[in-house]
Design a protein around this ligand. Structure first.
Ligand code: SF4
Ligand code: SF4
Length: 321
């Protein structure tokens, strides 16, 4: 069973909610795995107060060009043709900026010296796991600046989680912001999506976009409104949107400075300020997710999007037939 937490817009409380859900599920006796699927800006480990990783592996996915200085005759042809302007010159000679290089090897086609430009695997990031103090594993990844294939890295994280999971394990995926490839990879294969929104026009708009993605995956989706009381009118509109679109409404979290204070303490808010209004709301939401998991099959059948009508071709008969 896999739950993806997404929002479309960043900074609306996805990771806070993900941490609250995964910790509560673990406390209710469920076997859980947390996946931080924001490889550009991972922060789940910070929320959980983790500073060390038990296992780390370099993520080598893409290829970049490398100039062999001993062979290079400094003609500059490679720099002239590089479509990404990834070749620069310093006091030692021509070099490739591996952050910009796309590995297209146009440079090597024009290089007059055989073997002066080679292609090598670039370390694009790191995949890592550790055990949290709550007993469940956290899988995280970090992409190096400018490297591509972030969606593939998220898929690697989820593959790792699925390898560790039993049939009853609940994998909670804290996805990245936006609707890019990391979010697509986070949602792909998830049994349910929880969408977090703040009552601001930007966040509501982003929610609609990520909701379209869940519809594409034919996923049951539910909504949580964070800081609902900063704009009660828009919060009502979001609730209306949820009911019109068959989105389960899991609850709303009030604005509460215990959340930023818990982040400063590098601890989940439900742990350090359990009696704060935000923590109480988050716990209720997490318990609602827990009961959905109990009978999620019924829930899934209730919210499963209707199958489209079978396509009926219109046959036009030529005149006289
Ligand atoms: S491989 Fe392509 S992007 Fe990289 S340096 Fe050569 S021409 Fe530029
Ligand atoms: S084209 Fe080849 S020889 Fe010329 S500067 Fe580039 S690497 Fe050196």
């Amino acid at each position: 069973m896999e739950i993806a937490i997404a929002s479309g817009k960043g900074g609306v409380g996805k990771s806070t909610l993900s941490a609250a859900i995964v910790i509560t599920l673990a406390k209710r006796g469920r076997d859980v795995i947390a996946v931080d699927a924001d490889a550009d800006a991972p922060n789940m480990h910070l929320i959980m107060g983790l500073e060390r990783w038990e296992w780390e592996e370099p993520y080598k996915e893409s290829m970049v060009a490398k100039i062999i200085q001993e062979k290079c005759i400094q003609c500059g042809e490679c720099q002239r043709v590089c479509p990404y302007k990834a070749i620069y010159m310093d006091e030692e000679g021509f070099k490739v900026n591996s952050i910009i290089c796309e590995g297209c090897l146009t440079c090597s086609l024009v290089c007059p010296v055989e073997g002066a430009i080679v292609r090598e695997q670039a370390v694009s990031g790191v995949l890592r796991t550790t055990k949290t103090k709550y007993g469940f594993p956290l899988i995280s990844a970090r992409l190096n600046p400018g490297r591509p294939n972030s969606g593939k890295l998220v898929t690697e994280e989820k593959t790792k989680a699925r390898e560790l999971a039993d049939k009853d394990t609940v994998i909670v995926v804290d996805s990245a912001a936006g609707i890019g490839c990391q979010v697509v990879s986070s949602l792909a294969g998830a049994n349910m999506a929880v969408l977090v929104v703040e009552p601001t026009p930007a966040s509501f708009n982003a929610l609609k976009r990520v909701h379209k993605l869940t519809k594409h995956f034919m996923q049951p989706a539910a909504i949580v409104i964070n800081k609902w009381d900063i704009n009660p009118t828009l919060s009502e509109e979001i609730e209306l949107f949820a009911s019109r679109n068959n989105l389960d409404f899991l609850g709303k979290v009030p604005y509460d400075d215990s959340i930023p204070r818990s982040m400063a303490l590098m601890a989940p808010v439900i742990e350090v300020f359990p009696d704060s209004p935000a923590s109480r709301a988050l716990l209720e939401i997490a318990d609602r997710v827990n009961s959905i998991l109990d009978d999620w099959m019924i829930w899934f059948l209730r919210f499963r999007p209707k199958k489209p009508e079978p396509y009926k071709p219109i046959i036009l008969k030529p005149e006289g037939f």
